[in-house]
Design a protein around this ligand. Structure first.
Ligand code: SF4
Length: 415
């Protein structure tokens, strides 16, 4: 089903349509257009450069739009300036641990093991920043997100939001805090109640917090629907009457309803078509510019993460193995696992693609029930030595906030 409620004023919608026409007219022209548009894509600035280049607070972003066939079109878009520079630390995750006990037996239950889903994870996100989190399925990205929000209780560690450790919050304090921290789920259908109308879904957080009337009631909900590109007149419809992209817009509207400071986006575009992915990404960026939002953006698509993030953390088997600003991480990764991941990203240049070296990891991700000792990556690492099997490498700053957990970290140009 198409996504007919895309706002007509959205500039990126035009290049998508135009590129589709070009595709049907001549495939050769498409390749040429793809190459030229890919070349036009400017490198995004690092957070430090952004602050230096933009002290007055004006923010202009270029939003690449993936179109059918995987090409990337770019169109400069001026955006209002509310969060032009990154502010103070909004979220700090400090040695977060989440273990799940594995039980056996029905009457006499006995613990027979522990799944170490998240083990000693630390990172921080500044106000107005987008931190991308990448890694293979099962590496603990979503568990980290849910533990931060205390949708599941942490086993250890601390989570500071605006300087307050929310792990110590009681139920009522948490309820109030949740106005400031929201989540967008991966599956836009499963995350919406099929028995509720869209108006009720978007208005529900306001009802729960007792501010439905004071926020403007139905009028506010309709404004939210319009802001995310849905027709407010469709507020009485049910989730199954919408396409995947529209459902994700409903999820975005619900997350926005309480005007949060932080939104955790848990693979929000993984279940969507490429062109719809671009629309949702653009919407998220527009909303960030408009409302000064801070994002933790989880994904396994490295191109998507590169597009939207200011900094990126790479997770492997429940641990953060590398964190750096986006350009540094993609251009000079230091951890062997990051190098392998980035070497798998397709390059829109046939010659470069032919000549570059792919790093193929051998074996599967080990079980978090029984993770390898010391460096958890040593069973698949081509650089592993004795020390890697005996001593766990600490996550250390190798300069300019480039954090790496590896005994033999070195910069390698992969792309
Ligand atoms: Fe590879 Fe050793 Fe570095 Fe682990 S510590 S990533 S095994 S080189």
């Amino acid at each position: 089903m198409s996504d007919p409620k895309t706002p007509r004023k959205r500039t990126p919608a035009r290049p998508v349509k135009a590129a589709k026409k070009t595709t049907s007219a001549a495939s050769g022209a498409r390749r040429t257009a793809a190459k030229s548009t890919a070349r036009k894509a400017p490198a995004r600035k690092t957070p430090a450069k952004k602050r230096a280049a933009n002290p007055a607070g004006t923010r202009t972003r270029t939003m690449p739009v993936p179109v059918s066939g995987g090409a990337v079109a770019t169109e400069p878009t001026s955006a209002p300036p509310p969060h032009a520079s990154f502010g103070d630390e909004l979220l700090k995750v400090d040695h977060l641990v989440k273990y799940f006990p594995v039980m056996r037996g029905i009457v006499f239950k006995k613990q027979i093991g522990t799944v170490q889903a998240v083990d000693d994870v630390s990172f921080s996100i500044r106000q107005g920043e987008t931190l991308g989190v990448v890694g293979e399925s099962g590496c603990g990205k979503s568990t980290t997100a849910r533990t931060i929000l205390r949708l599941i209780e942490p086993t250890g560690g601390a989570v500071y939001f605006n300087g307050q450790d929310l792990v110590k919050f009681n139920r009522e304090q948490l309820r109030l805090l949740r106005r400031e921290m929201q989540i967008i789920f991966q599956d836009p259908f499963a995350s919406l109640n099929p028995r509720m109308t869209v108006r009720s879904i978007v208005g529900e957080p306001l009802m729960i917090h007792g501010i439905y009337e004071s926020s403007g009631g139905p009028r506010y909900v309709e404004d939210l629907l319009a802001r995310v590109g849905l027709n407010p007149e469709h507020g009485n419809r049910y989730p199954h009457e919408f396409s995947g992209g529209q459902r994700q817009r409903i999820g975005v509207a619900r997350a926005l309803a309480l005007k949060p400071k932080l939104i955790i986006c848990d693979e929000p575009v993984s279940a969507l078509d490429v062109s719809v992915q671009a629309q949702i990404l653009n919407l998220l960026e527009d909303l960030q510019n408009e409302f000064g939002l801070t994002y933790m953006f989880i994904a396994h698509d490295l191109s998507v993460v590169r597009h939207i993030s200011d900094r990126v953390s790479v997770m492997y088997l429940g641990k953060v193995v590398e964190t750096a600003d986006r350009d540094t991480l993609y251009e000079k990764p230091m951890h062997p696992y990051t190098q392998a991941l980035i070497s798998a990203v397709p390059v829109p240049d046939p010659e470069k693609e032919r000549n570059r070296k792919r790093i193929i990891l051998e074996g599967d991700l080990p079980s978090p029930l029984n993770p390898p000792p010391a460096c958890r990556f040593h069973t698949r690492c081509w650089k592993a030595q004795e020390i890697c099997r005996e001593v766990e490498p600490p996550l250390e700053d190798r300069g300019n906030g480039h954090m790496v957990a590896c005994h033999f970290a070195e910069e390698v140009k992969v792309l």
